[in-house]
Design a protein around this ligand. Structure first.
Ligand code: CP
Ligand code: NVA
Length: 304
């Protein structure tokens, strides 16, 4: 269904495509899968640091029989050494897909417009769709389904929150986010999430109290207060988010069965209390593992 398409935003996927990717990832997790990328190369173009995304895409391409090619910011100089459009035009003469981690969503859009091969968003300032799909797979596995699940996101309405809100709304899971004033989901993302939620029977709720958000939650999710590229706002953000830490007291309000989730890397002592990553309710390392399975599904569906 998504063969040959770009994946720049969760909003690029229909409900059926989201479910299809979760199901395909679930199946691929059981065995090695067919070498559907045999003879194909995939460029991994990263303008920001990465552990999980870079390694899991590299391994995913290998496991599917293809050849991953990592390109860092310095060597490509996208938009500096040459225009973004030309990077897209040239790379698509060599490789079968571009996996791109960048700053502006518009960079991905420019690449997609000028590439003759699919472009996959490996994190931008606006979205992180591969993370959201891995998160949904993790919740599906742990909770035995997604419809009717309540996800509470505590913190910044950032790239991770946006993709998760859109993804949750696509599968009938409700999404509540608690953020300080000025840090809520971007209006465009909120609107699209509400449109999707209305069709899937879920709800999207924006509040300012973490305690209110976690009431009845099946999943408590948080992400860093300062995302990559926002270093200049560190002091202001630390002040704004000081009361938005996920800790044992907040988890206790959600209840024993609630999962704790975080995309990692985490900053214990800031958005998450010391020791919570290792708590039995935490599934953060399963989430990290599921990046591999979900990205194999994405590559197999788009390129297979
Ligand atoms: N969660 C995530 O995308 O991690 P990396 O930044 O290490 O890739
Ligand atoms: N919001 C974080 C996610 C990192 C995986 C960032 O963009 O830095």
């Amino acid at each position: 269904m998504i063969k040959g398409k770009h994946l720049l935003s969760m909003a690029d996927l229909t409900f059926e495509e989201v479910w299809g990717l979760i199901q395909r990832a679930h199946d691929l997790k059981k065995g090695p899968g067919r070498p559907v990328l045999e003879g194909k190369s995939v460029a991994l173009l990263f303008e920001k640091p990465s552990l999980r995304t870079r390694v899991s895409f590299d391994v995913a391409v290998h496991q599917l029989g293809g050849h991953p090619l990592y390109l860092g910011r310095e060597e490509v100089g996208m938009g500096e050494r040459e225009p973004v459009a030309d990077v897209g035009r040239v790379l698509s003469r060599y490789v079968s897909a571009l996996v791109v981690r960048t700053f502006a969503q518009s960079t991905l859009e420019t690449l997609a417009r000028h590439s003759s091969v699919p472009v996959i968003n490996a994190l931008s300032d606006e979205e992180h769709p591969c993370q959201a799909l891995a998160d949904l797979l993790t919740i599906y596995e742990k909770k035995g389904g997604l419809e009717g699940v309540n996800i509470a996101f505590i913190g910044d309405g950032n790239n991770v929150a946006t993709s998760l809100a859109l993804g949750a709304a696509s599968v009938g899971a409700s999404f509540t986010i608690a953020s300080p004033p000025g840090y809520h989901l971007p209006p465009k993302a909120e609107e699209e999430a509400r449109r999707r939620a209305k069709r899937s029977g879920a709800t999207i709720t924006l509040v300012e109290s973490p305690q209110e958000a976690v009431r009845g939650a099946d999943v408590v999710y948080t992400d860093v207060w300062v995302s990559m590229g926002q270093g200049g706002e560190t002091e202001r953000r630390h002040k704004a988010f000081a009361l938005f830490q996920v800790n044992q007291a907040l988890m206790a309000r959600a209840g024993d069965g609630a999962l704790f989730m975080h995309p990692l890397p985490a900053h214990p002592g800031e958005e998450v209390s010391e020791g919570l990553l290792e708590h039995p309710q935490s599934v953060v390392f399963d989430q990290a593992e599921n990046r591999l399975h979900v990205q194999k599904a994405i590559l197999a569906e788009i390129l297979g």
